[in-house]
Every structure is written in structure tokens, then in C-alpha cells.
Design a binder for this molecule. Structure first.
Ligand code: K1U
Ligand code: ZN
Length: 167
């Protein structure tokens, strides 16, 4: 397994749209293992392949307290979305920044797991927030794009300054 570098906002590669995975091959399973290791090390509760500069529809999530319930979503499709709730979100591509975002409260999603089997999941709470956040990454959207233009431009300036200082 390997730790993968995570792209930081406003890196233009975060805007790329991920392609569907044609088949769950050993190469995809290696990507899943590397993404899981990267997510646990960060630490985070989710990671989309876009964030590690791989533009394929692959997501890993673990919202369990024990950090032992890895969920893999390949080629996820949102089947249903109900209600609305505002929650605090963070993003490994925007380190140190948290803000409130409104999203669907309950969702039904269909995806492939790491064995290439189709499954459907009804969920709410943090898992529903996280699935929607990660699916946005696959579409090239970072959560800060839901914020006001003023907040976004301040944040982009802060991130550029931080990246310049880091060399
Ligand atoms: O996609 C990402 O950048 C990961 C992101 C997922 C997420 C968190 C909260 C709401 C929506 C989406 C994170 O994991 S940010 C870090 C974080 O929330 C966390 C880190 C350690 C323990 C618990 C949470
Ligand atoms: Zn994110």
C-alpha cells in the first residue's frame, strides 16, 4: 500500500470530471487500498479519487468511531434524495477550513463495491453528507463552491499564500 499526495484547493486538477470505471481490476483494488490508507492517515472520513489526481469514479468512506468500517463506492449513482439539512463540512483538499453546507438529508445510492458487485444503500446523517461531498469531488466540485463569492475568494487567497510559503 502507499500514501498518496492529496491535491489542495484551488488546484485546477480538482475541477476534472472523473470517468466511470470499466471493470474492477487488480489496479482499481490497489487504488482503493492506497486511497483507504491515505484517508486513515490524513485523517479523514472520506476520500475521492479526484483528490489524489486519479480521475476515475472511486470513493472510500469510513464514518465509524472505531475506524474499521471501510465502504467503497465505485461508479456511484444517486437514485433518490429527500429533505434538506445543513451540516458542518471539512475537506482534506481544504485543510483547516470548515463551514456549513445544505444538502439532501436522506439519499439512496447505487454503486459497485471493491469486489465489483452492485449494491444499493439508503442512508442519512454523516454518511449521507459524506457520500454527497465525495460525489461532488468526482464531478469536479469542491464544497467551498457552495459558499458566498466573498468567502470563497478570501479562502482561495489564503490557500495560495499558504502554498507559496510552503514553497
Ligand atoms: O472529501 C474529503 O475531503 C474528506 C472529508 C469528508 C467530509 C467530512 C465532513 C463532512 C463532509 C465530508 C473529511 O474527512 S474532512 C476531515 C474530517 O471531517 C474528520 C477527520 C478526522 C476525524 C473525523 C472527521
Ligand atoms: Zn473533500
Amino acid at each position: 500500500m502507499a500514501l498518496l499526495p492529496i491535491l489542495e484547493y484551488p488546484d485546477p486538477r480538482l475541477k476534472k470530471v472523473a470517468a466511470p470505471v470499466a471493470a474492477v481490476t487488480p489496479e482499481i483494488r490497489k487504488l482503493v487500498a492506497d486511497m483507504a490508507e491515505t484517508m486513515y492517515a490524513a485523517p479523514g472520513v472520506g476520500l475521492a479519487a479526484t483528490q489524489v489526481n486519479v480521475h476515475k469514479q472511486v470513493i472510500v468512506i469510513d464514518v465509524s468511531d472505531e475506524r474499521n468500517d471501510l465502504q467503497v463506492f465505485i461508479n456511484p449513482v444517486l437514485l433518490e434524495a429527500e429533505g434538506q439539512a445543513e451540516n458542518e463540512e471539512g475537506c482534506l483538499s481544504v485543510p483547516g477550513y470548515y463551514d456549513r453546507v445544505a444538502r439532501a438529508e436522506r439519499i439512496r445510492v447505487r454503486a459497485l463495491n471493491a469486489r465489483g458487485e452492485t449494491f444499493e444503500l439508503d442512508t442519512d446523517g454523516l454518511l449521507a453528507v459524506c457520500v454527497q461531498h465525495e460525489m461532488d469531488h468526482l464531478r469536479g466540485k469542491v464544497f467551498v463552491e457552495y459558499l458566498s463569492p466573498l468567502k470563497r475568494s478570501r479562502l482561495a487567497a489564503r490557500m495560495r499564500k499558504k502554498q507559496k510559503l510552503a514553497g
